[in-house]
Design a protein around this ligand. Structure first.
Ligand SMILES: [Zn+2]
Length: 321
């Protein structure tokens, strides 16, 4: 039948449309109203990286930046076309695969986060992984959004075979009983959260030092300030180099743009600021690709100098890995 205006208007040109839709709507895993699964793969030399999204949480903007006026913070949000009352803070972890070895960097919120988070496991599985195949979990620092995915609320370990590796300095700080008992009221919950996750495996946890290779191709860089043992990483393979920034900055629209601003979560604001300046300057000078745990998905891009601050320039999404 020739496709003419008359056949289109009569609705007779494409009689198979309705059954085709009906079929796709019942395909497992496909939903006509949800997003595609939140994973994204890219490569650094021979190492395959997969970004796994764990949803987001809203944070009130008021009080989020310790040393800036709310109106200035709102202006920065407006410049980035983001809401001016609350910050949608995303969580993106990394999976590294090399020679059949699977390493995670951080684990997301598990079942302990905001209702809009907790999508990590579904996205991890959608990317073709299984928690039982994880060889190593490398933790950057001990905040809940990075460690809670290690253990479910009911106490079950999520990665049964994995070796857990943590920064030695971070361990010494958070596992110190005296420091925990003397912690201000607002910090007690964070200490308790660390104990919930690590007490059952305390004797098995491996502690790593900065400037050392943690697993092949992944070298720890001490980036203290956000927390005492906060760690970033250099991923190297062949001529490929990549910096995992972890929480050197919180949302780039605020803290890459304004590196001297302090997020409410930075435990030592001055040290965090020095660390941030040093790491952003290095990334900009070397034109290195970087990732940030709290950058918009897939949370990877480059750093460009811009005035007294920097700009985060996201990578171009590619259909090829
Ligand atoms: Zn974080």
């Amino acid at each position: 039948m020739p496709l003419t205006r008359r056949t289109i208007l009569a609705g007779t040109a494409l009689p198979v449309v309705a059954p085709a839709f009906a079929q796709s709507a019942t395909t497992p895993g496909a939903s006509p109203s949800g997003q595609a699964p939140g994973f994204y793969r890219y490569k650094v030399g021979d190492i395959e990286l997969t970004a796994i999204n764990d949803g987001f949480a809203f944070r009130p903007l008021d009080g989020f930046v310790r040393n800036a006026e709310l109106s200035d913070v709102q202006k920065a949000m407006q410049d980035a076309f983001l809401p001016t009352d609350k910050l949608p803070l995303t969580f993106t972890t990394l999976v590294l695969r090399q020679n059949g070895r699977v390493t995670l960097i951080d684990t997301g919120n598990g079942d302990m986060g905001a209702p809009t988070s907790g999508t990590w496991m579904a996205n991890f599985r959608a990317a073709g992984f299984d928690p039982a195949q994880v060889d190593t979990v490398v933790i950057s620092h001990f905040h809940g959004d990075h460690i809670n995915g290690l253990r479910r609320k009911d106490g079950t370990a999520v990665f049964p075979k994995a070796e857990i590796m943590v920064p030695a300095k971070e361990w010494d700080f958070w596992m110190d009983e005296t420091r925990m008992s003397q912690a201000p009221e607002g910090m007690k919950g964070a200490f308790q959260g660390v104990h919930r996750v690590f007490d059952p495996i305390a004797k098995d946890v491996k502690r790593y030092e900065a400037d050392k290779e943690v697993v092949p191709g992944l070298t720890a860089i001490a980036t203290p300030g956000h927390t005492p043992g906060h760690t970033s990483y250099m991923v190297s393979s062949g001529s490929g180099k990549f910096i995992v920034m972890s929480d050197v900055t919180n949302h780039p629209a605020l803290f890459v743009r304004n590196p001297d601003w302090s997020a409410v979560f930075d435990m030592d604001a001055d040290l965090a600021r020095q660390t941030r300046r040093r790491m952003l300057e290095m990334a900009a000078a070397e034109r290195a690709q970087v990732s940030f745990y709290h950058a918009p998905f897939p949370a990877t891009g480059h750093i460009a100098k811009d005035g007294n601050g920097y700009r985060f320039v996201p990578i171009q999404w590619s259909s090829a890995v």
